[in-house]
Design a protein around this ligand. Structure first.
Ligand SMILES: [Zn+2]
Length: 267
């Protein structure tokens, strides 16, 4: 499992720096950005490990990721110490997750990162705190008792990418719903800026959509698949969802298989 999506934000001068913000800066001036941040970016979990900027080489998409310096060590309770869960572990976890817990997780990822800012440095929790952390953190414990982290990816990074395993996507965007004649719904996501770049479409079968009607009722829904129309009529929102993503004739498609795996907040 590639770990290029591990750090979606980092610490810089004791403040949260989102990867998508760093990415934007990087592609304005790569050398200046590299020099500015060299040795200055820290793991958001433990603030001990230094991170460096890397360019994705597996695509021509011009995107970056953060990786720990070689031979660096996270503190024992740092969630970034964990390996990524496997495709199968993710499937089992999200199939079984209680709707309440899923909702908490999706809501938390949509909140500002207040919790991170308030975390005392070198935190060394007692046993009670560890239990609490397990609930709040983006991690699972597999059948062998090994903790693994749940992959996340910001929708505000420059490009979408394919993923054959379940990823938690989140961020600000614009939404529109297209409905086909077989009662499938397609939640279309566009970037919430002047480009209104088409990010992806999430297929929602009617049996799932029925549970989401109230939450999604502020979004326009039409039987019109014209992308420009969708773009024009889309409304701003924050969204978090869990899906795989496949690329088909230049478009990215996901699927919401259960209502617990989607959370939308009107902006
Ligand atoms: Zn760490």
């Amino acid at each position: 499992m590639p770990e290029t999506n591990k750090y979606q934000y980092c610490m810089y001068n004791n403040e949260v720096l989102e990867l998508h913000v760093l990415e934007e800066e990087f592609y304005k001036n790569q050398q200046v950005t590299r020099n500015k941040y060299r040795g200055q970016l820290l793991c958001p979990g433990c603030r001990q490990v230094r991170l460096s900027i890397h360019e994705n080489s597996n695509s021509n998409s011009n995107s970056i990721y953060l990786a720990a310096y070689p031979n660096s060590h996270h503190t024992e309770n740092c969630e970034y110490l964990l390996n990524s869960a496997t495709k199968r572990e993710l499937k089992v976890f999200y199939d079984q997750i209680a709707p309440d817990r899923a909702e908490q997780m999706l809501e938390r990822i949509l909140e500002d990162r207040v919790a991170v800012l308030n975390l005392p440095q070198n935190q060394n929790p007692n046993d009670d705190d560890v239990d609490e952390d397990d609930d709040g953190n983006y991690e699972l414990t597999n059948e062998n008792g090994t903790r693994k982290y749940l992959p996340r990816r910001s929708l505000q990074l420059r490009k979408m990418e394919e993923s054959d395993h379940l990823v938690m996507y989140y961020g600000e965007c614009r939404l529109f719903i297209a409905q086909d004649k077989w009662d499938n719904f397609y939640l279309r996501l566009f970037r919430n800026d002047e480009t209104r770049y088409y990010l992806c479409s999430l297929k929602i079968p009617i049996v799932v959509f029925n549970y989401l009607r109230d939450e999604l009722n502020f979004i326009l829904c039409e039987s019109d698949f014209d992308v420009n129309n969708s773009k024009e009529k889309s409304v701003p929102a924050r969204i978090a969802f869990i899906s795989t993503i496949e690329e088909k004739s230049l478009f990215f498609n996901g699927k919401i298989t259960h209502s617990k795996l989607l959370k939308v907040i009107q902006l």
